[in-house]
Design a protein around this ligand. Structure first.
Ligand SMILES: Cc1ncc(COP(=O)(O)O)c(C=O)c1O
Length: 342
């Protein structure tokens, strides 16, 4: 297939309209079948619920060209399930999970010439989004909804790809106890924009949020989960009800245990334990696994022993194994790599 004429290795992480997107609409109590469209725009009433009461949730996953030229996605069923949970929590009708996966396949297939070739380091980012589109002025859910999936080719989320990042501990909280921290609601990101810009202005790539109730435990960053490796080489993964259950993080835990034979602890992690860790990284679909070299907090700066030049050895193994599975170079657990028939 003829690929688009793009400098794949120069791509950043940004919007690029591609040829087709999927759209389905909820009206009169049911979802339409949905179809592909070439129109990247949505026309909405000024009274749409999403504008006023942030009735919106979304997902993020990727398509890859593998070493043998197949186009695959990674665990799209998990995104379908998470989006159902997000929609339900926000009083939106979940889009049927089997149809979600079929719609992802249809959009990727229709835009196959935009999937970056194997070996370029670029991937196709897939963005499903659902909004309350019907008019709503009293505080209540909309009666009409739009579900869309669009795609674009992307490069690394953090510039400098695998260079260790500097983070700061946010003065702000990301999510309330028993709030919406565990779903992918737009509102969680609206409130993170100001802290994120403050972090960037101060020279940090991202914020680490602490648990909102006690500010004792590590939660996650604005757009990725966090993981640590302790000095005994054990993977330590923060557990919390107010963080997004990252599909990348859950996959890395399986890779660590079942493929690399590492010991894994999933538990609450006190912020004051970080000074004793050997490695730290962010993980998510967009970031994949990005090493952290330094963390700034009011109590002082923590420099991870893995340093500011390179990724620590265990993080490197985890990243290489996960990306190897996604790119078809390493056999992963059954069902993880989902081939798109072209
Ligand atoms: C707040 C937050 N945490 C974690 C993640 C990682 O989740 P996943 O690995 O499912 O992409 C994301 C999205 O990428 C996110 O926005």
């Amino acid at each position: 297939m003829q690929k688009k004429d793009i400098k794949w290795d120069e791509l950043g992480f940004g919007y690029q309209p591609t040829d087709f997107r999927f759209e389905a609409r909820w009206k009169d109590g049911e979802w339409s079948e949905g179809q592909l469209t070439d129109n990247p725009n949505i026309e909405l009433t000024e009274a749409a619920c999403v504008f006023h009461y942030a009735q919106c949730c979304f997902e993020g996953l990727k398509a890859y060209e593998t070493v043998n030229g197949d186009i695959v996605t990674f665990r799209p069923d998990q995104n379908a399930t998470r989006m159902s949970k997000s929609a339900t929590r926000l009083e939106m009708p979940p889009f049927p999970e089997d149809k979600f996966v079929k719609a992802v396949e249809a959009v990727v297939r229709a835009n196959a010439s935009w999937v970056p070739p194997f070996g370029t380091g670029a991937t196709m980012y897939i963005r499903p989004v659902m909004i309350g589109s019907g008019p709503q002025i009293g505080v209540a859910p909309a009666h009409e909804f739009i579900f869309r999936i669009f795609v674009m080719p992307v490069g690394a989320y953090f510039k400098g790809a695998v260079k260790p990042l500097k983070l700061q501990v946010a003065d702000y909280d990301r999510a309330a106890p028993r709030g919406t921290g565990d779903i992918k609601a737009g509102l969680n990101y609206a409130m993170s924009l100001h802290p994120t810009m403050e972090a960037h202005r101060a020279g940090y790539a991202e914020n680490i949020y602490l648990d909102p109730a006690t500010r004792t435990y590590v939660e996650e960053t604005g757009g990725a989960n966090i993981l640590f490796v302790n000095k005994e080489g054990k993977l330590i993964v923060p557990k919390s009800d107010t963080i997004l259950p990252s599909i990348t993080r859950r996959s890395l835990v399986t890779v660590a245990k079942d493929i690399l034979g590492l010991e894994v602890e999933e538990r609450t992690v006190r912020f004051d334990e970080i000074k004793d860790m050997a490695e730290c990284a962010l993980c998510g679909t967009a970031a994949v696994l990005a090493p952290v070299g330094m963390i700034h907090s009011e109590a002082g700066d923590i420099y991870l022993p893995s340093g500011m030049d390179e990724m620590g050895p265990i993080c490197k193994k985890l990243r290489e194994t996960l990306t190897g599975i996604q790119m078809g170079e390493i056999e992963g657990p059954a069902g993880w790599v989902h081939k798109i028939e072209l």
